[in-house]
Design a binder for this molecule. Structure first.
Ligand code: CA
Ligand code: CA
Length: 231
């Protein structure tokens, strides 16, 4: 075995504690602490983000109540708008539930086009609980937000982490912007999501009516759940 020269040996020895410290810091600085991660609640086919999926053939009852209305149509799919899964995961610190994360996985990094990604659901107290992320600043609403109807229709900013092909929203009970109606034990049902192009329109005060295109690039094919916060 070839030994490094004496001066390199010392360098090698010094590197180890540095590496160990870096790893420890990475663990400490990790975005959020997760319990063991089960399978995603929502899954969706790859290569169907082309505005056609889920739209044909249409039979009664309409999507989302009829899974038969999901039909992957791969021609022209946009990988950067292609949802493959969504997982809700409780976050804990020393065994105490602090909230949860919602992680959407795409086939590729989010597109640079103006695209809105939504992870959608609702609870008994909130008929809308939508986690939203705009790939470019929409100007008239936060780039990452929670749209909810827990106490009137509201759109509030929420921390998001976009890394690689994932978008992760972080709902913390300690965040004053988050609705108190969503708490440990809440059941979030009808979990799904979609990606949808939008147009930046700063002059429009009501983002819910003015920035989105009605056509969805991708729509999830199942409405899974419930996810019980803290479980
Ligand atoms: Ca998809
Ligand atoms: Ca789909």
């Amino acid at each position: 075995m070839v030994q490094p020269p004496p001066d390199r040996q010392g360098e090698k020895m010094r590197r180890r504690p540095v590496l160990a410290a870096a790893l420890a810091a990475a663990v400490l600085l990790g975005p959020w602490s997760h319990a063991a991660e089960p399978a995603p609640q929502v899954t969706d086919p790859e290569s169907d983000a082309n505005y056609l999926n889920d739209n044909a053939p249409v039979s009664s009852p309409l999507f989302p109540d009829n899974p038969a209305n999901n039909n992957p149509t791969p021609v022209g799919s946009n990988a950067g708008a292609d949802i493959t899964s969504i997982i809700y995961t409780s976050t804990t610190v020393k065994g105490v539930v602090k909230g949860f994360t919602v992680r959407m996985t795409l086939k590729a990094e989010p597109t640079k086009e103006a695209m809105l990604f939504r992870a959608t659901g609702n609870t008994a107290e909130c008929s809308t609980l939508w986690f939203q992320y705009y790939t470019v600043d929409p100007k008239n609403t936060p780039q990452a937000s929670l749209r909810h109807t827990c106490d009137g229709t509201q759109v509030v900013p929420i921390p998001v982490n976009v890394a690689g092909n994932t978008i992760t929203w972080n709902f913390e009970f300690s965040n004053a912007n988050m609705p108190k109606a969503v708490r440990k034990g809440s059941e979030i049902v009808k979990l799904g999501g979609h990606s949808r192009p939008f147009v930046v329109n700063p002059a429009c005060a009501d983002v819910t009516k003015c920035t989105t295109n009605p056509l969805q690039a991708d729509t999830t094919n199942n409405f899974a759940g419930p996810y019980k916060v803290g479980s």
